[in-house]
Design a protein around this ligand. Structure first.
Ligand code: FRU
Length: 499
């Protein structure tokens, strides 16, 4: 499949990375979250296990901390927690992807070859209003885990393979898998001319010849417009579809406006292959989360990552030569009909310096605990009323704090509202700074697992029934953690440093 081609654009990107990314001090990078090697990062791509390593690619523009013609950045890990940055894997260097190598996925072909399937974006002319008319098609590249060659028969899924009514300008983000029957399948996001999103499924026996298989799911105007970055898999007896809808309207306490994430749980109709939908939920209730992708680990765990940013808040920027991070990989499960997430168990081996307190009483004074501070920590907190007959009104945890800055997590038991807030985190742009969710399954004890890294926080509620993810720009020297309760509460705290 193809031959090695010299790509000036790829070599230029690799030279640029090698020259400038090593100068970035470790203290200006996240400790455990994968950031852009240099420049800009958006969606995680090609999350896969190949040749004994986990591979994670990403949407990448190495030359600026802003979105630009998309390359694929690349990193590998042995434990899903510590990442080694590799040279860029693809550049937009072909006629069919000259406007960008957009999101896609990867597959171990089992014969020493690693397959990338991605969206090639090309300009096909100008629209009547003078804007560029783009066409999105699905393309392949194969490689050895370091160098990748694009297939010379690209694209393998072209616009004329779209069902009627779909707009070739919005047909992207293939997620490929091999079925039990040995047949390859891939799902893509697509948009009708009217602007409604659908997830289209294609099939192929040999990876090179594809045919339309079915419409896996149709938005029908329920959740935003276009659905980007689909992923679908079976988990705990359910069929799961993850998508990232654009232009969402807020709905109750479940969905926010803008770019969101949606998990649909259901089962496949055996006749049509279409998803019969049973349950809908947000994947994450925080601020900075979008474009999820999963892999299956060799020991059978379904693990998800997401872009730890959101198109609606990228103007928060940072003063660093990189922008954009990937969440910690999260193990997925289904409990009580909900999609649950938990940091991968490999994170436990990165923990040290345990400090624990039990039965600490909080009653209107701000409390700090010896040994409980830091900017790379795994913190577990449980909160309960000291007296059920006289419940506390609000609990607050401040982190990344010093005399100028702090971010907070707050909980009110009477309406089960949990809030994250970064108003005083050092933000210099007027971006969304707080979010709330209503805690499901609240039984009188609030349980939080909070992963704080230099530029982010990920909050896992209960046993992972809900998560809230948020980036913070606060200087790493602000490492204070403190607790407060309006009313009488009792807390347990366990803290580990992460390295
Ligand atoms: C989602 C997305 C994808 C697209 C990529 C382009 O964030 O818009 O649909 O492939 O980003 O960078």
């Amino acid at each position: 499949m193809g031959t090695y081609t010299d790509s000036e654009l790829l070599y230029a990107a690799r030279r640029h990375e090698a020259l400038f990314s090593d100068n970035i001090p470790a203290s200006e990078r996240p400790q455990l979250h994968l950031p852009a090697r240099i420049g800009w990062m958006n969606d995680p791509n090609g999350f896969s296990y190949f040749d004994g390593h986990y591979h994670l690619f990403y949407q990448y523009y190495p030359y600026d901390s802003k979105w630009g013609p998309m390359h694929w950045g690349h990193a590998v890990s042995d434990d899903l927690v510590h990442w080694e940055m590799l040279p860029a894997a693809m550049a937009p260097d072909q006629p069919y992807d000259g406007q960008g190598c957009f999101s896609g996925s990867a597959l171990d072909l089992g014969d020493g070859r690693h397959l990338l399937m991605y969206t090639g974006v090309r300009e096909v002319g100008k629209n009547l209003d003078g804007s560029v008319n783009l066409q999105q098609t699905q393309c392949l590249a194969v490689g050895d885990g370091l160098d990748y060659v694009k297939y010379d028969g690209n694209p393998v899924i072209s616009s004329d393979m779209l069902p009627e009514g779909f707009n070739p300008e919005h047909f992207r983000d293939p997620k490929i898998w091999r079925g039990d029957d040995g047949v390859y399948h891939a799902v893509m996001g697509a948009r009708t001319y009217e602007g409604d999103g659908s997830i289209l499924q294609y099939r192929s026996a040999d990876l090179l010849h594809w045919e339309f298989e079915c419409v896996l799911a149709t938005n029908g105007g329920r959740y935003g417009t276009m659905w980007e970055c689909p992923d679908t898999f079976e988990l705990d007896g359910k069929q799961v579809l993850l998508v990232s809808p654009q232009d969402m309207l807020a709905e109750s306490n479940e969905f926010i406006s803008g770019n969101g994430t949606l998990a649909i749980l259901g089962h496949l109709d055996p006749e049509t292959g279409t998803l019969v939908e049973e349950h809908h939920q947000s994947v994450d209730y925080g601020i900075d989360f979008y474009a999820t992708q999963t892999l299956l680990t060799p020991d059978g765990r379904r693990v998800m990552v997401g872009w730890m940013q959101n198109w609606d808040t990228i103007s928060m920027g940072n003063d660093l030569p990189w922008f954009g991070q990937i969440t910690l990989p999260r193990e997925l499960s289904i409990r009580n009909g909900r999609l649950c997430q938990w940091p991968v168990r490999e994170l436990d081996a990165a923990r040290s310096n345990r400090v624990a307190y039990e039965g600490i009483e909080l009653d209107h004074e701000v409390l700090s605990l010896d040994g409980v501070k830091g900017r790379c920590v795994d913190l577990s907190v449980t909160v309960r009323c000291a007296d059920e007959a006289d419940p506390y009104r609000e609990f607050a945890l401040w982190f990344a704090g010093d005399e100028h800055f702090h971010s907070s997590i707050r909980f009110r038991p009477y309406d089960r509202v949990l809030k994250i807030n970064r108003k005083h985190s050092g933000l210099r742009r007027a971006v969304v700074y707080h979010r709330k969710c209503v805690v499901h399954d609240y039984d009188g004890t609030l349980r939080l697992r909070i992963i704080i890294d230099r530029f982010s926080v990920e909050v896992f509620v209960g046993q992972g029934e809900q998560t809230m993810t948020m980036c913070i720009p606060t200087d790493g020297s602000a490492d204070g953690i403190s607790f407060f309760s309006d009313g009488h509460a009792v807390i347990d705290v366990e803290k580990f440093d992460l390295a």
